[in-house]
Ligand binder design. Structure first.
Ligand SMILES: Nc1ncnc2c1ncn2[C@@H]1O[C@H](COP(=O)(O)OP(=O)(O)O)[C@@H](O)[C@H]1O
Ligand SMILES: [Mg+2]
Length: 154
């Protein structure tokens, strides 16, 4: 798998940057991925939640009237070689996303560490006052699933 190739869009949505819409983002992404039929849902809900929560909490998307975009796409060849990508585009921030090593002290700061641990890869970009934070998951023997259908809970 070289990870290259055209990217197919599975979902693209814009939501208010409000906590109340985080479950909506999670459901939409999971639903679109389930319909595509090539992916196990697995860790997807928690990964989506972490990125969307961060956009609401740490960026201008969480200010009054702020919005965020969620883009879901896949690329690669056969089912077992595909990479699924979820990207959350926010309205910008003065900070940068950092995956911190968890410590025994403190309550927060584990979200991106979890993303880094569960995803194949993750990253971010900043351009034109916006910021995109993304992760990719590989469809391997353990996660491949041809029969689509909801298998997640709220
Ligand atoms: N979308 C983002 N834009 C700007 N900074 C971010 C973003 N996401 C995370 N960060 C930064 O990375 C840090 C670590 O994020 P995370 O591991 O999710 O922990 P937490 O959200 O609990 O602080 C945050 O405290 C914040 O400073
Ligand atoms: Mg967080």
């Amino acid at each position: 798998m070289n990870g290259s190739g055209a990217r197919s869009v599975l979902a693209r949505l814009t939501l208010p940057g409000l906590e109340a819409f985080i479950p909506c983002a999670r459901r939409c992404v999971v639903d679109a991925v389930a319909v595509s039929g090539c992916w196990a849902i697995g860790d997807l809900p928690v990964l989506v939640s972490e990125l969307v929560t961060n956009a609401v909490k740490h960026t201008a998307s969480g200010r009054p009237g702020g919005v965020l975009d969620v883009l879901v796409s896949e690329r690669g060849g056969t089912c077992g070689e595909r990479l699924l990508r979820v990207e959350v585009v926010d309205c910008g921030s003065s900070s940068v996303p950092v995956a911190r090593e968890p410590t025994d002290f403190g309550s927060g700061g584990r979200g991106l560490w979890i993303v880094q641990s569960l995803a194949e890869t993750w990253g971010f970009w900043k351009a034109g006052g916006k910021q995109g934070v993304w992760f990719e998951l590989r469809a391997d023997a353990g996660t491949e699933r041809r029969a689509a259908g909801p298998e997640w809970g709220e």
